[in-house]
Write a protein that binds this ligand. Structure first.
Ligand SMILES: Cc1ncc(COP(=O)(O)O)c(C=O)c1O
Length: 395
């Protein structure tokens, strides 16, 4: 076999979502797509908003010379300026366009940043439950991953984080609103984490970077606010994506933003720009950058995701499930009514309902339901969830 062993190993051992995807295909072929209830995929349901679509049409119909050519590796200056202005408002701190690097999604931003920071053997702390790709990105660049549990209610466990930081620790990744839990960290939690990192930086005599992954920052409900991340810690890097809030997952557009107070700020900018090129991304897609800078305030209809969230949460609660209502993103991390989450997913599969076991996100005893699905899928699945609960409880 020519494939590198670590790739073979990773492909075999971490493919819950993939397995569910394949199972879904099989079930759809057998039973027809209306009889399969697929909550396994984190793909955005809603199309990009009209403000974005009309900008895109305008650009395509009024092309200007050079707009499809290479550009500086950090992106168009005008796009970086628009993002910097937007972020300055969010973070209530002046952010310079020089500190923005347009990237191929948040995934591209994370890989660029980790490649810039990690020497072989350097550690990245990943909080469980986690977005599964966090296990791979540091390793792509010779780094190691250290997994730290959050609390029972998925809050940051500062004692556990403190205990995990040592000589080799370089980065900690946080994700708010969170995939898979839907949790949004409070400003106080972030400030406390920042204070801990400041303290540890002093002890270690070097920088500890907080990588804040925020693709769902604008998919947030009930007056909850995503915390300001740059004020929490001076070495924060924000990685953002427009995959979900504008519905552009396939277009691969996002950015990396460097805290104006970061250690080695200008070296970081230069390294990230260089790596955007040498990792093979070269630059973020030109047309998307141009459209984005003209409609950065546009978002998909967040009220619709709220409706989906409320429908699934209310329905499952009425059926007898224990629900902790997610504050953001479009995932419900549901406590499994039986200890084994894989067995519970199999029970759901028997009713043609697809969910991903929490084990795939580093927390057994739960399943993740993506409610980024048509309303009818939720309505059709609720009686099936009720049936499965009765079955497993009365066994
Ligand atoms: C938590 C989290 N981070 C990053 C990403 C990747 O985003 P992008 O499509 O911008 O690469 C996703 C996509 O599902 C995600 O859920």
């Amino acid at each position: 076999m020519s494939i590198a062993q670590h790739v073979q190993y990773n492909m075999k051992n971490t493919s819950w979502i993939r397995r569910m995807f394949e199972k879904g295909q099989e079930l759809r072929e057998r039973y027809g797509k209306h009889n399969v209830f697929d909550f396994s995929l984190g793909t955005p349901l809603l199309e990009p908003p009209e403000a974005f679509q009309s900008t895109l049409r305008y650009l395509v119909n009024h092309p200007h010379s050079g707009m499809h050519r290479y550009m500086p590796n950090n992106g168009f200056a005008s796009t970086r300026q628009a993002v910097a202005m937007y972020l300055s408002q969010q973070e209530t701190m002046e952010v310079s366009a020089d500190d923005i690097i347009m990237t191929v999604g948040a995934a591209g931003a994370m890989n660029v940043a980790l490649a810039a920071l990690l020497d072989p053997g350097d550690e990245t702390i990943v909080l469980a439950p986690y977005f599964a790709e966090y296990l791979f990105y540091p390793r792509n660049h010779g780094g190691m991953v250290s997994i730290v549990e959050t609390t029972e209610s998925f809050a940051l466990n500062l004692d556990a984080i403190e205990a995990a930081i040592h000589e080799k620790t370089k980065v900690i990744i946080i994700n708010t609103p969170n995939n898979p839990t839907g949790r949004v960290y409070s400003q106080q939690e972030m400030n406390d984490l920042g204070a801990l990192l400041d303290h540890k930086e002093k002890q270690l005599g070097r920088a500890l970077y907080l990588m804040a992954d925020t693709p769902y920052a604008r998919l947030i409900y009930d007056q909850v606010q995503n915390p300001r991340l740059f004020v929490a810690h001076h070495n924060t890097l924000i990685v953002h994506s427009f995959s979900k809030d504008i519905g552009l997952a396939g277009e691969r557009i996002g950015y990396l933003a460097i805290n104006p107070r970061a250690t080695c700020r200008s070296d970081l900018r230069a390294a990230a720009t260089f790596l955007n090129r040498t990792l093979g991304f070269v630059n973020a897609p030109a047309l998307m950058q141009l459209a984005l800078e003209r409609s950065i305030d546009a978002t998909v209809d967040i009220d619709h995701y709220r409706l989906l969230r409320d429908t699934i949460c209310d329905g499952l609660r009425q059926a007898g499930y224990e629900i902790s209502v997610p504050q953001g993103a479009f995932f419900l991390f549901l406590r499994s009514p039986i200890p084994d989450d894989v067995d519970f997913s199999k029970e759901l599969l028997e009713e043609n309902v697809l969910a991903v076991p929490g084990s795939g996100f580093g927390r057994a005893g739960y399943i993740r339901l993506s409610y980024s699905v048509p309303l009818q899928t939720i309505e059709g699945a609720l009686p099936r969830f009720a049936k499965v609960l009765d079955r497993v409880k009365n066994r």
